[in-house]
Design a protein around this ligand. Structure first.
Ligand SMILES: [Fe+2]
Length: 250
C-alpha cells in the first residue's frame, strides 16, 4: 500500500467519523424534539381530560337541579330520584350493563318523571282515585318526558329510560305496552330501583317496609312486573349497599 493511499484512507475514515457524529447529533436532536412533542401531547391530553370532567360535572349538576325542581312539586317523595339513581347504578353494574359507565343512564334515572311538569296539580295531588280520563292524562308523563329530554343533545341517551320507566316485564305497563326484552334494559333496571325506594320510604298512607320485606315483595313480582335477571342481580347485592345509599341520600 502506498503512503499516499494510506493518507487518503485516513482522511476517508476521518470524513466518515465526522459524518457519523453529525448524524448522531441530528438523531439526538430529533429525539429531543420528539420528547418535547410527547410532553406537549401529554399536557394537551391532561387539559382536555380536565375540561371533559368539568363539563361532565356541570351536566350532572344541571340534571340534578332539574330533577330536584321536578321533585319539589311532589312533596312526599323527597330525594326519591337521587336514591333511585344510586340504587339503579348499583343494580346496572351487577347486571353487567355497559351502560353503567354512561352518564346518560344516571341522567335517565334522575329525570324519569320530568314529564310530570305537564300534569296539572289537581291530578298530581288528587287524594281520591283518578277518573279514567285523568289516569290517561297522567299516563302521558313518560311520553311528555321523553319529548322534553329528547330535545337536549347530551340527554338523548336518557330518553329510553324516561319513556319506558312504567313498562312491565309482562307487557301490562304503559305507555307502549312493551314486554320482556323489548323493554330497554336500563328501564327494566329502573323499575326495580324505583319500587325498592318506594317501598323502603315512608308514605302518608303507610310506613316504610324493611329491606327484607321489600326484597320479598320485589322477588314475588319477578317474571310479572320485573325482569327476573334484574331481580337476581338486585338480590345478589348486599343489604349494606342499599343501606349506605339510603343513609347518604335522605
Ligand atoms: Fe313515572
Amino acid at each position: 500500500m502506498s503512503v499516499r493511499s494510506e493518507t487518503e484512507l485516513t482522511q476517508e475514515i476521518e470524513r466518515l467519523r465526522e459524518a457519523l457524529s453529525a448524524r448522531e447529533r441530528e438523531a439526538a436532536e430529533n429525539e429531543r424534539q420528539l420528547e418535547r412533542y410527547a410532553a406537549d401531547l401529554r399536557d394537551t391530553f391532561k387539559q382536555e381530560r380536565a375540561r371533559a370532567q368539568e363539563l361532565q360535572r356541570s351536566y350532572t349538576a344541571t340534571v340534578s337541579a332539574l330533577s330536584n325542581a321536578v321533585e319539589a312539586r311532589d312533596a312526599y317523595t323527597g330525594k326519591h330520584a337521587e336514591r333511585v339513581a344510586a340504587y339503579g347504578m348499583e343494580i346496572a353494574r351487577t347486571v353487567g350493563l355497559p351502560l353503567a359507565e354512561m352518564p346518560e343512564l344516571e341522567f335517565g334515572f334522575l329525570l324519569h318523571d320530568i314529564g310530570k311538569v305537564a300534569i296539572p296539580d289537581a291530578i298530581l295531588y288528587k287524594p281520591e282515585a283518578l277518573t279514567d280520563e285523568e289516569r290517561a292524562l297522567m299516563q302521558q308523563h313518560p311520553l311528555i318526558g321523553a319529548e322534553i329530554v329528547g330535545r337536549v343533545g347530551f340527554l338523548s341517551g336518557a330518553v329510553e329510560v324516561v319513556r319506558s320507566h312504567h313498562e312491565r316485564w309482562d307487557g301490562a305497563g304503559y305507555p307502549d305496552g312493551l314486554a320482556g326484552e323489548d323493554i330497554p334494559l336500563a328501564a327494566r333496571v329502573f323499575a326495580v330501583a324505583d319500587v325498592l325506594d318506594a317501598l323502603t320510604t315512608d308514605r302518608p298512607y303507610r310506613p316504610a317496609s324493611t329491606l327484607e320485606v321489600a326484597r320479598e315483595m320485589i322477588t314475588v313480582e319477578s317474571g310479572s312486573q320485573f325482569d327476573p335477571r334484574v331481580v337476581n342481580a338486585f338480590n345478589s347485592l348486599d343489604d349494606q349497599v342499599f343501606q349506605r345509599i339510603a343513609a347518604q341520600i335522605e
